[in-house]
Design a protein around this ligand. Structure first.
Ligand code: 4AD
Ligand code: MG
Length: 494
């Protein structure tokens, strides 16, 4: 018999029917005639209880019509099998689903047959309760079996579904941006190179050439990108935005949701070298429309977490960040503040004594500034718009003041920047000039510029860092704990 997921069993009518339970043992309690085994299969937070009553077991009803290795209640084989049941062991059990007399659970299963599928020896790293998150990071292949990482794993899946639902309900098409690219979207030079060139051989040739006194300019040509796989220098993408723009200016509204890569040397609880980003891109949207949809999106995601993931959220509220349900409810129900960069900096300057990095007009906002705005000054999410052009990417629409661009960042309590977006420069000449001003080569962006040449339209979009969202909704302190296998400087162990 195929197992029923524990999440389904727990809400089933306890009518005494025969069920199969499969999962991993959380705890076993054996006292004289009664044995209680808590089994969890990760389908939900809660475990189901298997109950074995030695006195009443041998009533001759139970049969092993299920599988040959299972022990039947009331037989000596059952005692041997029970001896193998330790925390972490995997089991398949059958029994009757009945109302539970114990508090805190509606149903339980009387144990009729039991098979230990995989024993779990004493050196199981999750044997002890309350392992630290740092310890569990070293056990990334097992950590999803803990309450905490099981809950995070389910939230990740739930929030992904919420992302798709939000956009699909609003007429957006899902667009897959390439992961290998030849353009640096953010212009920050933080890209991981993709190459099939033999670096060792190039280094050896360089050493030989140096020994022969080759001039350095020629030595630099030893790296021949025309001989590389793509015939030119290629990298992993930092953002799918530029390509998403090509489809937004054809299908009107699209969104990407995929991995992005940044080789920034940031060892912080908010940065990963490989992270997932959601990037909607909308034709005929101006900055105000972009801000409206960003606000709706965040509220929709929080509402999803609060209403559809109540059991896991209860755990985060009790064990990870006390009060998080109230905080997220407040955010979901409040209007986000909209303030220009210039006004935000004025407010920060009044509080400069509180910051390690002093705020001034033109500065890139630090996390401490972002968090002060949203946590101390406004006590709700803040959308800061119209940033100085020098601190933002080349593609943002210039404001008439010549100093600022139509950018927006959404800042949320506990995290700082959750979303970065903008209206895009739709004017061919202005965009070409900006690319040149920044020392980039318009030839590298020829296709991007053609969007402005052929039927250009106002358009806008933003990027939401999916792991930052997960930190926000779960209260997990470190971004490395909301992605299954984190990638960060000197960290790619699994
Ligand atoms: O602000 P960013 O760099 O914006 C872009 O990449 C635009 N192309 C987006 C767009 O308009 N389509 O990144 C967007 C978001 C940030 O707000 C942050 O939440 C997240 O991506 N992010 C990171 N998350 C984890 N680790 C990193 N290293 C991140 N860098 C950015
Ligand atoms: Mg940003």
């Amino acid at each position: 018999m195929k197992p029923t997921l524990i999440k389904d069993l727990l809400v089933s009518e306890p009518d005494g029917r025969e069920v199969t339970v499969c999962g991993w043992v959380r705890t076993k309690r054996d006292s004289k005639n009664l044995v209680f085994i808590q089994v969890n299969d990760g389908s939900c937070f809660a475990a189901i209880q298997l109950t074995y009553d030695r006195e009443n077991a041998n009533n001759g009803n139970a049969v092993n019509n299920n599988n040959t290795n299972a022990a039947v209640a009331g037989t000596p084989a059952m005692e041997d099998m029970l001896a193998k049941v330790t925390t972490g062991a995997s089991v398949r059990a059958t029994g009757k689903l009945i109302p539970s007399p114990a508090s805190g659970q509606a149903v339980e299963v009387t144990l009729e047959t039991l098979e230990v599928l995989g024993i779990c020896p004493q050196d199981y790293p999750l044997q002890k309760k309350g392992c630290s998150v740092e310890f569990l990071r070293e056990k990334a292949h097992l950590r999803a079996r803990t309450n905490m990482f099981g809950a995070v794993g389910r939230m990740r899946s739930e929030m992904s579904f919420a992302v798709h639902s939000f956009f699909q309900e609003r007429g957006f098409y899902y667009f897959n941006a390439p992961l290998i690219t030849c353009s640096d979207c953010e212009g920050a030079g933080e890209m991981f190179q993709v190459t099939t060139l033999d670096l060792n051989r190039i280094a050896e040739e360089g050493i030989k050439a140096g020994a022969k006194g080759m001039d350095p300019a020629k030595a630099a040509n030893l790296v021949q990108y025309d001989k590389d796989f793509f015939g030119k220098k290629a990298s992993l993408t930092v953002s799918g935005q530029l390509e998403a723009e090509t489809y937004a200016t054809a299908l009107s509204r699209v969104y990407t949701f995929g991995p992005t890569f940044r080789a920034e040397n940031s060892n912080t609880p908010r940065h990963l070298a490989e992270f997932w980003m959601v990037e909607p891109e909308m034709a005929f949207f101006e900055l105000e429309d972009d801000m409206d949809i960003a606000e709706d999106f965040v509220k929709y995601l929080l509402n999803w977490a609060l209403t559809k993931c109540a059991e896991d959220m209860k755990f985060f509220d009790q064990r990870v960040q006390p009060g998080i349900i109230e905080m997220l409810t407040h955010v979901r129900d409040s209007d986000f503040v909209r303030i220009s960069y210039t006004d935000a900096v004025k407010k920060l300057e009044e509080n400069n004594d509180k910051f390690e990095y002093k705020a001034f007009w033109g500065c890139d906002l630090q996390t401490e500034h972002e968090r002060y705005l949203t946590e101390q000054i406004f006590k709700k999410p803040v959308m800061v718009y119209d940033y100085p052009k020098e601190i933002k990417a080349f593609y943002m629409k210039a404001n008439p003041d010549g100093k600022t661009v139509r950018a927006v960042d959404v800042l949320v309590p506990g995290i700082g920047e959750l979303i970065g977006g903008s209206e895009r420069e739709a004017d061919l000449e202005k965009l070409t000039n900006r690319i040149k001003e920044l020392g980039m080569d318009p030839k590298d962006y020829w296709w991007y510029l053609e969007l402005r040449k052929f039927g250009s339209v106002p358009h806008s979009g933003f990027g939401l860092g999916f792991e930052r969202l997960l930190r926000f909704v779960t209260g997990m302190q470190n971004i490395r704990d909301v992605i299954p296998y984190p990638r960060a400087p000197k960290l790619a162990d699994f």
